[in-house]
Design a binder for this molecule. Structure first.
Ligand code: SDX
Length: 420
């Protein structure tokens, strides 16, 4: 394996070091490029740019593989719970029984929310999108946690403990349910508590449905981490400026909300509903998605890294199949989604551009089946991705990464004077 690359510019010879990852990824280290050559690189969207070295997750886009701390997602989904996966993402190893007990108990203990949060939530107009509300409440959350005494580890646990409550309070406010008692049920696991916080109603005991608990466990596991996606890189960028943990996570949520990123799960269902409502003519909509002049895109299809199946989409499709069948739901949206996938993957446009279904194509179908409304889908994505965001924040700090400050190619006016 070469440890340098050699190149010539205008007759001058240069060489730059090469960095190799655990698997197939390799990079030319250009940290001295401008100093040595006067050139910078130009790479909109960072399609070819590595911004850090990370050991949290790995994607092989050509093979359609995803590893969390070295474990294939297909093994994690069958052998781990979401809280175990969160521990793995955060700490690098799966927890033993004692570690899992401590982690789970600690999170339950920290689940309470300052009553003022409810008062603040009451002031927010119901028309606000839940992602905006969640991002705001996360941003102000550390005001209510006496962070001066808290150890850093505690801050991570506060977030993992409190975010499901913030999400549940946001949901309950949207549908007009009274806020819950602001603490978790000690006898329930993380996902069961989350569901109870969302769906329990006064004067009626809340009955857990194991089918729904299992489906939510799995779909949140699928979202736990995904290398340098837009929202995770946002968290790292803010952290590199030494912005606070909570404000960095809040900013990550705002990035996730974008329709091309985590907001796609809501956009997929809205697209499928629209196709169904307009007669379900799949061929017409696939042609629209291929038409450069038409702004319509097949939401839930395509991915910057996966040029093969997104392994999460394959698993999410099975989870959707299972939960719909076990709950005895007939879901025309799911049937339509499967037909669209089948038709698109036979079409040369999608095949040649290597556009496959991504996680968002089926995740909304699972959320809908378990009773989560569309405008809460990206909130669920954020709950799943939280351990990944925190792990990247920890890694960025541990790496003592410099403040992120990319360069640019200036194409504006030449220097000029203000006419007097
Ligand atoms: C997530 O990064 C992550 O890891 C993100 C994520 C995570 O877990 O964090 O995986 C979660 O965000 C998944 C992606 C959810 N978004 C969508 O489903 C929105 C629809 N998809 C596209 O907008 C697009 O595929 C992206 C944004 C996902 C990827 O965009 P890229 O990598 O910049 O690719 P591109 O837009 O340059 O597309 C390449 C070509 C273009 O055609 P040409 O200009 O080359 O002729 O493919 C076409 C695009 O027009 N194309 C599509 C398409 N996606 C790409 N054509 C129709 N429908 C689509 N969905």
């Amino acid at each position: 394996m070469c440890s340098f690359v050699n190149f010539n510019i205008n007759g001058y010879h240069y060489k730059l070091p090469v960095i190799y990852g655990t698997f197939c990824d390799k990079a030319i280290n250009i940290s001295q490029l401008r100093e040595n050559t006067g050139f910078i690189t130009f790479d909109p969207g960072f399609k070819n740019t590595g911004i850090t070295k990370s050991s949290i997750s790995f994607i092989d886009g050509e093979k359609g593989e995803l590893l969390y701390r070295g474990y294939p997602i297909e093994q994690i989904i069958n052998k781990c719970s979401f809280i175990e996966t969160s521990y793995l993402i955060l700490n690098g190893e799966l927890p033993d029984t004692a570690q899992l007990k401590y982690f789970s108990e600690k999170i339950k203990k920290l689940n309470h929310i300052h009553v003022k949060i409810n008062q603040i939530l009451d002031q927010i107009p119901n028309s606000y999108h839940p992602m905006g509300i969640l991002s705001y409440l996360t941003y102000i959350l550390d005001t209510f946690i006496n962070s001066l005494e808290e150890k850093e580890e505690e801050m991570y646990l506060h977030l993992l403990a409190k975010l499901p409550m913030l999400a549940a309070l946001t949901y309950r406010k949207k549908i007009g349910l009274p806020p819950l008692p602001t603490y978790a049920d000690y006898h329930l696991d993380y996902i069961s508590n989350l569901l109870k916080m969302f769906f329990s109603i006064p004067n009626k005991s809340y009955k857990q449905n194991p089918i729904i608990v299992d489906a939510l466990n799995k779909v949140l596991i699928l979202h736990a981490d995904h290398e340098q996606n837009c929202s995770t890189t946002t968290v790292r960028l803010l952290g590199s400026a030494h912005a606070g943990l909570f404000s960095s996570i809040s900013a990550g949520m705002s990035a996730l909300w974008g329709k091309l990123h985590g907001g796609a799960n809501q956009a997929v269902i809205e697209m499928l509903e629209n196709i169904l409502k307009s007669g379900g003519n799949i061929k017409k909509w696939i042609e629209k998605a291929k038409n450069k002049k038409d702004p319509f895109r097949l939401m839930g299809f395509g991915h910057r890294i996966y040029k093969n199946f997104d392994p999460r989409a394959r698993i999410a499709k099975k989870v959707a199949e299972n939960v719909i069948q076990k709950l005895g739901i007939s879901d025309p949206i799911f049937e339509l989604a499967k037909n669209i996938e089948e038709n698109a993957l036979k079409d040369s446009y999608f095949v040649e551009k290597k556009l496959y279904p991504n996680i968002d194509f089926y995740s909304g179908i699972i959320y809908q089946a378990i009773g989560i409304p569309k405008d809460m889908f990206t909130v669920m994505f954020a709950l799943g991705r939280l351990s990944g965001w925190i792990a990247h924040w920890k890694e960025m700090k541990f790496n003592r990464e410099p403040i992120a400050r990319p360069r640019q190619i200036y194409i504006g006016y030449k220097k000029r004077n203000i006419e007097n």
